[in-house]
Ligand binder design. Structure first.
Ligand code: ADP
Ligand code: MG
Length: 366
């Protein structure tokens, strides 16, 4: 069902994206490492899951989930457990092959078709064995791997570099909503990174165009046996800007309520819930990030305006520090630079996030 709010698993539930799907599959055949990029809720996980399903030798690990469930620090043990869970949830035919390949690895026990990793199992040994089968390891929201181990994920990258250089049947897909953070983390252009100099494929998932968004709604409502006015579709597309996650949320709620305002309110509430963890994470790193986002959301979108807004609320801030915060927000894909009337301005990438920020600001009386 198109308006199902969970990530999609099969092509029949995926609207459009045929090109991206083919591109992704082609890239995985061609490159040991593929990056799948795009803003939050644009449909990366869906695309990834559908592709892995069709390729039939993929293993999916949600790193964001792993990060939050292991309390903000990903240990070797938690990654090993996640891998064990992922392997045990594979389709029987593929799982059988994997089980055979891993049977002889130290620290792996096999009971029937269920794998068990003991804590002494070595991940490089596991990769070596998986290479015999030929496996795609997909890490969703991989920028969170910078919280793996004690050295900002370096041990993980060293493992990937080893596989890249030695295990020719291994493939890695890293998806990320924080485009710049993921690039920084992998560091293929950075001399100090274990992955320095490695070549990778890259695919960017974009929001739907206005026309595609309208078509998406028509198709979704039709599927639900509902006739909806073009005017309403038009208005919704205007507000949600082609981000599939929000379109789905609206469609799903509109079918339930048949009321524009209530459906839109549900989108906002859902978005708030979804963004809560990420905004908290951001605030933990610096409260100023949140203030900057609020400033931009409220239209204080130029350097001096942002600076004034910030200094009135949290004291003086040196220019290099502000530049750094803005650059980081860009890397995390919260904001982007635009040039209007010859001036550099910033805008919030996702209009729903901008609305939430404005709402928070009003509530806090900022
Ligand atoms: P991301 O991983 O980029 O944050 P998801 O894949 O989780 O995005 O998608 C967000 C929501 O949008 C999910 O509810 C998913 O079902 C829906 N969605 C995304 N892309 C499509 C698509 N092409 N067709 C139908 N629904 C989609
Ligand atoms: Mg996702």
């Amino acid at each position: 069902m198109l308006f199902d709010p969970r990530p999609k698993n099969s092509r029949k539930d995926l609207f459009d994206r045929e090109e991206e799907l083919e591109e992704l599959k082609k890239a995985v055949r061609r490159y040991p490492i593929v990056l799948l990029l795009g803003i939050r809720r644009v449909g990366k996980s869906s695309l990834l899951k559908v592709a892995l399903n069709e390729l039939e030798n993929g293993i999916y690990i949600d790193v964001r989930e792993l990060y939050f469930s292991s309390g903000g620090w990903i240990t070797v043990d938690s990654l090993t457990n996640a891998l064990e869970r992922a392997l045990n949830s594979l389709k029987p035919s593929f799982r059988r092959k994997i089980t055979e390949a891993l049977r002889s690895v130290k620290g792996v026990t096999v009971a029937g078709v269920t794998l068990k990793f003991e804590s002494r199992v070595s991940l490089p040994d596991v990769l070596n064995a998986l290479n015999d089968v030929g496996v795609i390891m997909a890490f969703d929201e991989a920028q969170y791997l910078r919280y793996y181990g004690a050295r900002g994920g370096k041990e993980f990258l060293a493992m990937v570099a080893y596989a890249y250089d030695n295990l020719e049947n291994m493939r890695f897909v890293f998806s990320g909503s924080e485009v710049g953070s993921l690039h920084d983390f992998l560091g293929t252009a950075n001399y100090d990174s274990p992955l320095y100099g490695r070549v990778y494929g890259e695919i960017t998932v974009k929001p739907f165009s206005r026309e595609l968004s309208r078509e998406f709604f028509r198709r979704g409502f039709e599927e639900a046996g509902m006739k909806v006015e073009e005017k309403l579709i038009e208005r919704t597309v205007e507000l949600l800007d082609g981000i599939p996650g929000w379109l789905v949320e609206f469609g799903y709620n509109y079918i339930e309520t048949r009321d524009f305002d209530r459906a839109m309110e549900s989108v906002i509430l859902k978005a708030e819930k979804f963004m809560e963890g990420e905004l908290r994470e951001l605030a933990r790193r610096s409260e100023r990030y949140i203030l900057i986002l609020k400033a931009i959301a409220m239209g204080f979108d130029r350097w001096e305006l942002i600076k004034d807004y910030l200094e009135a609320r949290s004291g003086k801030i040196p220019n290099p520090r502000l530049a750094n915060l803005l650059r980081n927000l860009e890397k995390m894909s919260w904001i982007r630079k635009v040039y209007r009337d010859g001036t550099k301005r910033y805008e919030i990438v996702d209009p729903v996030v901008a609305r939430i920020l404005r709402k928070f600001s009003r509530q806090a009386g900022l």
